[in-house]
Design a protein around this ligand. Structure first.
Ligand code: ATP
Ligand code: MG
Length: 243
């Protein structure tokens, strides 16, 4: 039996059209991500890193090619079904933590779980939130508001919010961009630990030092992957392991 990738992009392209201007942000992207992977996508500003992550997270549609999550072809789905797939499988972590200042840490982490279909019970939501806060060691701040926390602590809350949904994969965009190097290092150590425990991670960074935390490297330049060997070897070895 062959291992099935969680995420599979084949010949994916993305063209942005605004007014009369067309921007070819991505072309010919082939990428497979397997359970347990920790992939870093790096490359210079404007090369398409965030675009690739937003396509993988179903925040935007691909312009060409095909994109499957857990074997489901995403292009054939209506928007509601895409949203369900996103809620079920994808956890997002951004540079700006995107926490809601009016809500407590606990309520921030609970919020996405309240929109789950089928609905989760209050007790199950509380259990998941407590577990996720424990995973990032921020349980002692559950009743604080985000603006009462340090940047590093806020990012840990954002990671807990993503983890609480028990996603198939964490999509992480420049997680240390708003942090000093000490807090940045701590967040990177946390992501590495989560990966050791089995969480699948795909992280975008322009910082080669942080890309080094990942197990596999994808390098983008002008919207194209420039080190396909690495990824194809990876896919082949994952398939071999499963035989
Ligand atoms: N919504 C949009 N409309 C039009 N063009 C866009 C849009 N989003 C991104 N682009 C263009 O697509 C290209 C890739 O942008 P993207 O944000 O993916 O780069 P990036 O690698 O994440 O850069 P950075 O390291 O600065 O965050 C750029 O040329 C950018 O101007
Ligand atoms: Mg970006």
């Amino acid at each position: 039996m062959q291992a099935k990738p969680i995420i599979e992009l084949q010949q994916v392209s993305k063209v942005y059209t605004s007014d009369d201007v067309q921007t070819h942000a991505l072309s010919d992207i082939n990428l497979k991500i397997y359970k347990g992977d920790y992939i870093a996508i790096s490359g210079p500003s404007g090369c398409g890193k965030s675009t690739l992550l937003s396509l993988m997270g179903l925040l935007d549609d691909i312009s060409g090619g095909s994109y499957q999550i857990e074997g489901v072809d995403t292009q054939s789905l209506d928007m509601d079904t895409q949203a369900e797939l996103r809620n079920l499988h994808i956890g997002f972590i951004f540079q700006s933590f995107n926490l809601i200042d009016e809500l407590s840490v606990f309520a921030n982490v609970a919020l996405p779980l309240q929109y789950r279909e089928p609905a989760l019970s209050k007790a199950e939501i509380a259990e998941r939130v407590e577990h996720a806060l424990g995973q990032v060691e921020i349980s002692h701040r559950a009743n604080h508001k985000p603006n009462q926390l340090s940047g590093g602590q806020q990012q840990r809350v954002a990671i807990a919010r993503a983890l609480a949904g028990t996603p198939s994969i964490l999509l992480v965009d420049e997680p240390t961009g708003n942090l000093d190097s000490k807090n940045g290092d701590a967040v990177m150590a946390l992501l590495a630990e989560l990966n050791e425990q089995g969480t699948t991670i795909c992280m975008v960074t322009h910082d080669p030092r942080y890309a080094g935390y990942a197990k596999k490297q994808v390098k983008l330049l002008d919207g194209k992957i420039i080190n396909t060997d690495n990824i194809q070897t990876t896919a082949a070895s994952a398939e071999l392991e499963a035989v």
